[in-house]
Design a protein around this ligand. Structure first.
Ligand code: GLN
Length: 543
């Protein structure tokens, strides 16, 4: 049976628990263990699919079509293990299932309560799908002391009792703040946080202490003494120069060794960190740099495009260049068209990412025109591909070309899909139905055209990529768009849904209906990002 590592956070939010979980998972994996990482989110949304990216950052989509927390992206990128629906649970989903059961009468007249019904559902989720895993890491969202997370803490407390004593370990992530006026690191918040956790019946085995300065030995001992752990189990976690350095840094501080010791595992193999060493070597020693404009909507919050940001960096790692990203709000191009050339001329590549809604769409279309006319490498992703098709249609004379997402139009080059085939058969929806969980979601196959640019890039005809969208480019416009120079180089296997378009007579112009950024990994950069950055690197060498 798998061993469990429960990861909680204290003092403040945003301590990087997700990255910590991903790094610990990667370290255990580097020692040859099979791991999987899960996220428990205490909020009441059924999933983050309907949340604004401004509030919650990007929605990470899994192969099996779940809309999940962005931390699952970290987990997948760091461990290479494909995240799935069963790896993310929210209070909303637990309650939805329990209430549905109650309405069906499944509880046979019992009073339905947080304990045991909600806690049992959480435990069931934690214990499900163990496959032949060695470790399951469970990260609990939020901060100890939140009302919302209490049922999750209680479920962990029970599990720690019910499983074997050497089968669970609790890792608590805290903050040791530096008070500049006193010139000291303060351990009190950590002491309070551990006390809070202990009052819920959970005694941490390992403390990961985020701090801005070296943790002096004396402070480490003090934390150990007050928090009832060994001094070696107080792991200092200083800010890392890059997220890619985190696994190695935590390893040097002894995190994985302490966790294994807490399980009583004495014969663990040494970790093979060579792939992380290669990644950090590439990251810190680039041989050039490129600047890519990302013309989107949620540019104020980098987390809103987390995977995209990472995938661009991965493309840089593959080409040994540093990738600078210039985040541009598409709306500024609408307010002042002179900004288009001013902003985009210095760029080595232009990317229009996924997005929702009409706001900024004309600015995005103008960026596509610029990239097409000036022959700057262009990458359109999801909404970005749709904008590229509208741009091409307009350039070929269909002035009214638009998307029905933006309102009624005479020329719906992009329109809603109400029916499509998936592995589970025909999927159908109503145009005005629910917003949550009703998009074309998850991995779908596409067939690539032999001899096309993307065929070259992928090196195969058969690919599958993750989707998250409601609208599609309408193949009724295929011929007209082909006359405008576009090639439909990737189609759904039934030939009905355009998956990829590319422009002939252009150094690099590719639009994809899916989200390739979700599958890119630092040690396995996505081929499209790798080749896009290569094309941008070629441009940077010309200037
Ligand atoms: N808004 C568009 C759609 O729903 C694109 C979505 C996206 O870019 N993820 O089809």
């Amino acid at each position: 049976m798998a061993r469990y590592i429960f990861i909680t956070g204290g003092v403040v939010s945003s301590l990087g628990k997700g990255l910590m979980a991903a790094s610990l998972g990667a370290l255990l994996q580097a020692r040859g263990y099979k791991v999987r990482i899960r996220k428990f989110d205490p909020y009441l949304n059924v999933d983050p699919g309907t949340m604004s990216p401004y509030q919650h950052g990007e929605v990470y989509v899994t192969d099996d079509g779940a809309e999940t927390d962005l931390d699952l992206g970290h987990y997948e990128r760091f461990t290479g293990v494909s995240a799935r629906q069963a790896d993310n649970i929210t209070s909303g989903r637990v309650y939805r299932d329990i209430i549905a059961k109650e309405r069906r009468g499944d509880y046979l007249g019992a009073t339905v309560q947080v304990i045991p019904h909600v806690t049992d559902a959480i435990k069931e989720f934690a214990l499900a799908d163990q496959d032949d895993l060695d470790f399951i890491l469970c990260e609990i969202g939020g901060t100890v002391g939140d009302i919302e997370s209490l049922p999750f803490m209680e479920a962990i407390r029970q599990l720690r009792n019910e499983l074997e004593p050497d089968q669970t370990v609790s890792v608590h992530v805290t903050l040791v703040p530096y008070v500049a006026a006193a010139g000291e690191l303060k351990t009190k918040p950590t002491q309070h946080s551990v006390r809070e956790l202990a009052s819920l019946g959970i005694k941490p085995d390992v403390l990961l202490c985020r701090c801005e300065h070296e943790l002096p030995e004396g402070e480490r001992r003090k934390i150990a003494q007050f928090c009832n752990v060994r001094p070696e189990s107080v792991i200092p976690a200083l800010d890392a120069p890059s997220i890619y350095s985190v696994p190695q840094q935590y390893h040097q501080q002894g995190l994985d060794a302490e966790v294994l010791r807490a399980f009583g595992i004495k014969d663990a193999p040494q970790p093979d960190l060579s792939s992380w060493e290669d990644v950090t070597d590439r990251y810190f020693n680039p041989e050039g740099e490129v600047t890519i404009a990302v013309v989107g909507k949620y540019v104020g919050l980098p987390d809103a495009y987390k995977s995209l940001n990472e995938a661009l960096v991965h493309g840089g790692l593959a080409n040994r260049v540093k990738v600078n990203i210039k985040w541009i709000d598409a709306e500024i191009f609408e307010k002042d068209p002179a900004e288009i050339a001013a902003e985009l001329e210095p760029m080595h590549g232009i990317l229009v990412p996924g997005g929702f809604g009409e706001r900024g769409s004309e600015g995005k279309i103008a960026s596509v025109s610029f990239a097409r006319e000036r022959k700057v490498p262009f990458f359109g992703i999801c909404l970005g591909m749709q904008m590229a098709c509208i741009e091409a249609a307009r350039a070929s004379g269909i002035q009214a070309a638009s998307s029905t997402e933006f309102g009624e139009t005479r020329e719906p080059v992009v329109g809603i899909i109400t029916e499509w085939m998936s592995e589970d058969g025909l999927q159908q929806r109503e145009a005005g139905g629910d917003l949550g969980g009703t998009m074309r979601l998850g991995a779908y196959d596409a067939t690539l055209l032999e001899g096309s640019k993307v065929f070259d890039v992928y090196g195969t005809c058969a690919i599958d990529e993750r989707h998250r969208h409601r609208y599609e480019v309408d193949i009724k416009y295929k011929e007209k768009l082909e006359n405008a120079g576009l090639t439909f180089s990737g189609m759904s296997p039934d030939g009905r849904l355009p998956e990829i378009v590319e422009l002939n007579n252009h150094p690099w112009y590719i639009g994809v209906q899916f989200h390739p950024e979700l599958k890119s990994k630092p040690f396995e950069p996505h081929p499209l990002f790798k080749d896009f950055i290569r094309a941008a690197k070629d441009v940077s060498r010309l200037v």
